[in-house]
Design a protein around this ligand. Sequence first.
Ligand code: GUN
Length: 296
Amino acid sequence: MTATIIDGKAFAAKVRGEVAAHVARLKEEHGITPGLAVVLVGEDPASQVYVRNKGTQTLEVGMASFEHKLPAETSEADLLALIANLNADPAVHGILVQLPLPKHLDSDLVINAIDPAKDVDGFHISNVGLLGTGQKSMVPCTPLGCLMMLRDHHGSLAGLNAVVVGRSNIVGKPMAQLLLGDSCTVTIAHSRTKDLGAVCRGADILVAAVGRPEMIPGDWVKPGATVIDVGINRIERDGKGKLVGDVDFGSAVKVAGAITPVPGGVGPMTIACLLANTLTACCRANGLPEPAGLTA
Ligand code: GUN
């Protein structure tokens, strides 16, 4: 058996198309243009690429894009002052501070200075608490993208055994909360889990978010399971640079029922969900109904 490949690139294009249609309607019927502000501190090359892609896609769906590029030596006070301005700016519905921040800046302090209603990353402690208690919140983009793909593939997720490998605040923990919200039986596993292979083999849904290239082999995958690979790892193979996931795709694809490839799986969904979150934040800020199917 060979797994169905879940095409995240096509799915993300569909989500962006839906966002763009909603944005056009907001403009036409209400004269409102959703706006996303992205703050980048320093010159980390990977972050620069992400921020550029976010800016381009924001404009493509018809939203306003506000980019703030600050030097690496920016003080915490200056960064907090910028965030206060963005919080107060009615043209800005979403604020994203690109992580990681330079070491002299306290990420928790900075993230928690964002107005939770504009926290389109869903990283503010208020949003984390709201998600954990099943209340309306802003949901982190990567897990939201994974959830959308899983719902699309399975319909209902109720009663399925889900194993999330990885316990990060950005992916692992919110992913587990979302799966629990959809009535999965959820296990959070990580690098210290005893007999990780046996735990993974119990999963109907296996989400890999550990950041270690190809660490999950095919024989850890239950036959027919759905595998969501969040990893994006750059490795050298045969003298060439290559992107691989946290799952060994070549062996897992022979066992799984469905699997996301790397690249072209979860990756494109993250920015699509960022745009969806910005639209949601804009609708909430204006007391308008939220777009169906684009939130958790
Ligand atoms: N750096 C890597 N991923 C992310 C993300 O989802 N949001 C932010 N703000 N920074 C990141």
